[in-house]
Design a protein around this ligand. Structure first.
Ligand code: ADP
Ligand code: 3PG
Ligand code: MG
Length: 392
């Protein structure tokens, strides 16, 4: 399943169109809140620079849906990249068109130019052939390093790759290498630890692990419908009762497939007028209380379930970690992983940020830069932007 890579093509003096995913979180003033995704692309950028390629970078930022939006300009990103590379990365304020093409013709060996936000143009998300053709004019070779957007069939993922000789960048190569053992021949015992709040989104993910993973540990707000399906009252915790049939179905599917679901046995709850967070067994959640984290008995159960595993995939916090009073469950369970040998991978949403804030980055051998892309990959789904790249 390996793809042709940047080592397989001549680069010196050649015009390279490089797709990256610099869709980074921004703060209220538009400043980059976290440049991790930019830093993860540096190995490819350094390789292209050292090889003497003439590189034109393209990325999207946010969801402007084909409209120019000054708040989603790549100016701050081009500036940050310049400082990380120690070399100017000019930004063409055009996306496609004669002005940007002229600028790109002036890029010399080992230099860079960045195009404006791909999603300022409606042709990007529509995978419009004319727009893909315009983009293809920026390169003799296409290097795909935007792993996080490979689940989208857009002009800059699928369209351009069909028009130019294409290879995977170093980040895409690494993502595929690290994520594949979660899907193909995983080392058993294989445990999956899933939390977060978007229950409807995560049910298909859970379903895909039935029969593939040995154990699925469920925390976060995701646990509430499962507890309700077992007949427990969950107080005022967020709960979408319409999901209960799907939850029952999933529980039956896991049992039939021999995958053990581990649910919380106690929770950290809070109630209006209460003295502060308290621990409640899942059989005894007060009707006016909301649960915000897994409790101490659950932390111990989860740690015990992870001991002795050889493969672990984590997605989504086990509690409302933004509030330090409710971060202990996630911190302690992920912290325990640090001492367990094996292939530990995190992916999806803001897992990297959460792991960094909780001081448990060391628990993981690899953290995917992908949100939706990594969750689709670990489900075994085909990513269109990856499938289109030629095999080695
Ligand atoms: P991810 O982006 O990591 O895939 P989600 O977007 O599904 O995960 O959910 C992340 C959010 O889930 C966090 O903001 C966190 O506060 C919230 N969350 C976790 N546990 C709970 C809980 N018990 N009650 C409410 N929200 C929760
Ligand atoms: C992401 O942040 O998950 C990727 O950049 C894709 O963004 P999208 O969900 O807006 O397509
Ligand atoms: Mg999220």
């Amino acid at each position: 399943m390996a793809k042709r890579g940047i080592g397989d093509v001549a680069l010196r003096g050649r015009r390279v169109l490089l797709r990256v995913d610099f869709n980074v979180p921004q703060d209220a003033t538009g400043q980059i809140a976290d440049d991790w995704r930019i830093r993860e692309a540096l190995p490819t950028l350094n390789h292209l620079r050292a090889a003497g390629a003439r590189t034109v970078l393209a990325t999207h930022l946010g969801r402007p849906h084909g409209q120019r939006d000054p708040r989603l300009s790549l100016k701050p990103i081009a500036r940050r990249l310049s400082s990380l590379l120690g070399q100017p990365v000019p930004l063409a304020d055009d996306l496609v068109g004669i002005h940007a093409l002229e600028l790109s013709a002036r890029v010399e060996n080992g230099q860079f130019l960045m195009l404006e936000n791909l999603r300022f143009h409606p042709g990007e998300e529509a995978n419009d052939p004319a727009f893909a053709g315009e983009l293809a004019r920026f390169g003799e070779v296409f290097v795909q390093d935007a792993f996080a957007v490979l689940h989208r069939a857009h002009a800059s993922t699928v369209g351009v790759a069909k028009r130019l000789p294409s290879v995977a960048g170093l980040l895409v190569e690494r993502e595929v290498r690290e994520l594949t053992p979660l899907v193909v021949d995983p080392a058993h015992p294989y445990a999956v630890l899933i939390g977060g709040a978007k229950v409807a989104d995560k049910l298909p993910l859970l379903a895909s692990f039935c029969g593939r993973a040995d154990t699925i540990l469920i925390g976060g707000a995701l646990a509430f419908p499962f507890l309700a399906a077992e007949g427990h009252a969950t107080g005022t915790s967020p709960m979408d009762a319409t999901l209960l049939p799907a939850v029952h179905e999933l529980t039956a599917r896991a049992a039939a497939a021999g995958t053990t679901l581990v649910l919380p046995s106690d929770l950290v709850v809070d109630r209006p007028g209460g003295a502060g967070p308290e621990v409640a067994a899942v059989e005894a959640i007060p009707p006016d209380a909301a649960a915000h984290d897994i409790g101490p008995a659950t932390r111990a159960r989860f740690r015990a379930a992870l001991a002795g595993t050889r493969t672990v995939f984590w997605n989504g916090p086990l509690g409302q970690t933004e509030d330090p009073r409710f971060a202990l469950g996630t911190r302690e369970v992920l912290g325990a992983l640090t001492g367990i040998p094996g292939h530990h991978v995190a992916g999806g949403g803001d897992s990297q940020r959460a792991a960094e804030e909780l001081g448990v980055l060391g628990a993981f051998g690899f953290i995917s830069t992908g949100g939706g892309a990594s969750l689709e990959f670990v489900q075994g789904l085909e990513l269109p932007g990856l499938a289109v790249l030629p095999d080695a």
